[in-house]
Design a protein around this ligand. Structure first.
Ligand code: ASN
Length: 326
């Protein structure tokens, strides 16, 4: 049977054009039109298009990600489907990629791609990104690598990749680790394998989980607001090893006392949160209070993981186990 790659279009700049009447860039291009703009796809293999949505990625929500994951799993269950490519906006792409990496049950390739230049600009990057993403989705070595982000001819792991530049087409990078591989003219090359996938199968999506990014001199106002609101979870982006200002600690304690799990990440782009420092606000006393350490993942990705894990358990120890992975 000749297998195909299904392109699931969700929107983003890749599917936008400048509108002179409204004076801005707006959604304008369907998934089918995106494919028409990439004639060399005919030499790669058969593709099918699913018009999932056409929205800017700042409009993407965890509930939409949840629906997207189910659509992708249904597609990958088909014997005639080798893999899926998702076209998406770059602004929140890393969050959707990580959500899918944790929830899509199939190990067939899922390659997300995007564009930094809209379809009407000089040298749009979308068509080449789609071509590289489809080539990767057909590549046998992409099986079992988890969700991949393919852009600018590079292949990145969902767990490691982040958007690093507001405008440059080379925006996606995996700090300290670099790409898994790249797409050359003649073939797809993987130079390393992604980390072992973690899969979470929640019964429901608990999406009232909030991220608080800390800065010098921060106090616990935001924590007290979330405690009053009865949030289901709080992710904190601390400094360095995960340390926080002393004025934040009472707010963290108030959340924990109310049974709200608090997950600690760091605002650095690399390295792990670790209980090195014993001073007030250091991770050692925070861990002793019951704060969950999130390892290396970023604040936005830790929030995605906590949403999903809360759909499985509210037990703090069990929740901590979901974050105790490399
Ligand atoms: N390059 C892009 O796709 C950015 C756009 N604002 C989006 O995320 O939808």
């Amino acid at each position: 049977m000749t297998k195909k790659v299904v392109i699931v279009a969700t929107g983003g700049t890749i599917a936008m054009r400048y509108d002179p009447v409204r004076g801005g860039v707006f959604p304008a291009v369907t998934g089918a039109e995106l494919v028409e703009a990439v004639p060399p796809l005919a030499q790669v293999g058969p593709v099918e298009v699913v018009e999932f949505a056409n929205i800017p990625s700042p409009h993407i929500t965890p509930q939409i990600m949840w629906r997207l994951a189910k659509v992708i799993d249904d597609l990958l269950a088909r014997d005639d489907v080798a893999g899926v490519v998702v076209t998406h906006g770059t602004d929140t792409l890393e969050e959707t990629a990580y959500f899918l990496d944790l929830t899509v049950q199939s190990d067939k390739p899922v390659c997300m791609t995007a564009a930094m230049r809209n379809a009407a600009e000089i040298s749009p990057d979308g068509p080449k990104n789609i071509l590289c993403a489809v080539k990767t989705a057909f590549c046998p070595e992409a099986v079992g690598q988890g969700v991949l982000v393919v852009a600018n001819e590079e292949i990145h792991a969902a767990r490691e990749v982040t958007k690093t530049h507001a405008a440059n087409p080379k925006t996606f990078a995996s700090p300290f680790w670099g790409p898994l591989g790249y797409v050359d003219e003649d073939k797809v090359i993987f130079r390393r394998h992604s980390l072992k996938r973690q899969k979470i199968q929640p019964a429901e999506l608990v999406d009232d989980v909030y991220l608080i990014k800390l800065v010098a001199g921060a106090d616990d106002l935001f924590f007290r607001c979330l405690v009053d609101k009865g949030a289901s979870g709080i992710v904190v982006e601390g400094f360095g090893r995960g340390n926080v200002p002393p004025a934040v600690v009472p707010g963290i304690k108030a959340a924990l006392d109310k049974g709200i799990p608090v997950v600690l990440t760091t605002r650095t782009v690399g390295g792990r949160v670790l209980d090195v420092y014993g001073y007030e606000g250091g991770v050692k006393p925070l861990k002793a209070m019951g704060v969950i350490l999130a390892g290396e993942i970023s604040g936005p990705k830790a929030r995605i993981k906590l949403m999903l894990a809360l759909g499985v358990t509210r037990d703090r120890q069990a929740l901590a186990g979901y974050f105790d992975v490399p």
